[in-house]
Design a binder for this molecule. Structure first.
Ligand code: IPD
Ligand code: CA
Ligand code: CA
Length: 272
């Protein structure tokens, strides 16, 4: 069994501490569902509380490292080589609706390269972690991406655009679904991109694609997929840390999913 590095150990402890706070708040969310105002403000506070726990734990253990955090934003460090990328609560909509599928996601980027990733599924108490060269792990189990090579046997996860996104993004997603649904065994939309990537690493999903994500949604999960032997790329060949459009799968399925997404783009050209 591989052990995380000292900084990996600190990141796991920070994720667990934030998870304890989220779990307590999640217990309250159900009671709030029935109030007219709903639990939205409460959840936003839960999110901020979790981020503060992570920030203070990591800043104390590694003073000088920089941060990119969903809520607080960028904190420049004196050490320009290292920065943590933090999503304190991934799957906010699930959390808000009392659905126990949400995660803490923490990555470490060193010299511009993703080095360590921790994704903590709080409700299931599952810590997924990976470090470059040390493999990807779920507790004591070494993770490997699924071995399936046929798209018609594959379960592929995705993320849907939502209210407020540009109409073209919704239309594009509809075309991608039109290309993907007949080709695979099933599509899933569970609502946490960090966990979607962790599930690809664990072989629970055969692939995952989503557009327009943020670095904190994907950074930790990317390390997990890579260390589990999978392939991660930007859907259109760019830099996924900039566009947030990501496709992850095993080596064989990756080009097959990519091809279906290209077909989707061809539907658009035909329609013009
Ligand atoms: C969201 C989740 C979701 C994805 C969204 C993200 P949040 O993150 O990862 O699965 O579809 O695009 O914004 O808002 O819950 O941190
Ligand atoms: Ca997120
Ligand atoms: Ca979030």
């Amino acid at each position: 069994m591989s052990k995380p590095s000292p900084v990996g150990t600190v990141m796991i402890a920070a994720a667990r501490a934030a998870g304890r706070s989220l779990a307590r708040d999640f217990g309250e969310v159900e009671n709030l569902q029935v109030s007219k105002k709903g639990p939205a403000d409460f959840v936003s506070n839960a999110d901020h509380r979790a981020e503060e726990i992570i920030y203070s734990a990591l800043a104390k253990a590694r003073p000088g490292y920089g941060f990119v955090m969903e809520e607080r934003g960028i904190v420049e460090g004196t050490d320009k080589s290292n920065r943590f990328i933090v999503d304190p609560l991934d799957g906010t909509l699930n959390f808000l609706h009392g659905q126990p599928h949400y995660a803490v996601s923490i990555a470490l980027e060193r010299e511009g390269k993703l080095l360590t990733g921790v994704v903590y599924d709080v409700a299931k108490n599952e810590i997924f972690w990976a470090e470059t060269g040390r493999g990807a792990w779920l507790e004591n189990r070494k993770l490997r991406v699924a071995a399936r090579t046929r798209l018609n046997e594959a379960v592929v996860a995705t993320g849907t655009p939502w209210h407020g996104k540009a109409e073209e993004m919704h239309a594009n997603f509809a075309r991608e679904m039109l290309a993907m649904t007949p080709a695979c065994a099933g599509i899933r939309r569970y609502g946490s991109a960090a966990l979607d990537l962790a599930y690809v690493a664990a072989g629970r999903f055969d692939g995952f694609w989503e557009r327009d994500l943020k670095p904190w949604d994907i950074a930790a999960g990317i390390v997990l997929v890579r260390e589990a032997g999978g392939t991660v790329a930007e859907i259109d060949g760019g830099d996924f840390m900039k566009t947030g459009s990501v496709l992850a799968a095993n080596e064989e399925l990756h080009p097959l999913i990519e091809q279906q997404l290209r077909h989707a783009a061809a539907f658009a050209r035909k329609a013009d």
